[in-house]
Design a protein around this ligand. Structure first.
Ligand SMILES: [Zn+2]
Length: 165
């Protein structure tokens, strides 16, 4: 994931814009909307990406007008919290971008298309799996309450009523 994010920022992903600049591809069109396929476009500006982001329950929408480049957008996303009941306490951005990226590759190389709903839920699922796989630790940062991590004391757990919806 770190390599993927690094590749996004360093313009090292094999996207249309980069491939055209290196003379590998004649066009730089986005497979969805025929816009210029840059990292900023495919992950945030493309109508498909916007639809995916609109389906992710986050506290605030990062205003792309204030983010002139990908690095600023990624930094701005550090303030964004993914709301319950997603169970995602970490930064959602890498996972949604990864889901958009794999959906793009699947469409181009395997001719299989995913809906925005499928891409959004895949990104949330991956983020949740990553979140649950991390060792439990006390942090002072702003976190979304995670019901699975809150009850440690067996005596306390007997007094707590769990409501699953
Ligand atoms: Zn597009």
């Amino acid at each position: 994931m770190k390599v993927f994010l690094w590749s996004m920022i360093q313009k090292a992903l094999p996207l249309g814009e980069q491939l055209q600049q290196r003379g590998i591809r004649a066009d730089a069109f986005c497979y969805k909307c025929k816009g210029v396929e840059s990292a900023m476009h495919i992950f945030f500006e493309c109508p498909f990406a916007k639809e995916v982001w609109s389906l992710v329950p986050i506290t605030q929408v990062v205003h792309l007008a204030t983010c002139i480049n990908l690095k600023d957008t990624i930094v701005a996303f550090r303030q964004v919290i993914c709301l319950p009941p997603t169970g995602v306490s970490n930064n959602i951005l890498p996972w949604i971008c990864w889901a958009i990226w794999t959906a793009r590759n699947m469409a181009i190389f395997e001719n299989r298309t995913l809906s925005p709903e499928e891409v959004a839920s895949k990104g949330i699922r991956l983020a949740r799996e990553w979140s649950y796989a991390q060792p439990q630790k006390q942090t002072t940062g702003k976190k979304v309450p995670n019901p699975q991590r809150r009850i440690h004391d067996p005596a306390e757990s007997s007094r707590v009523m769990t409501c699953k919806t």
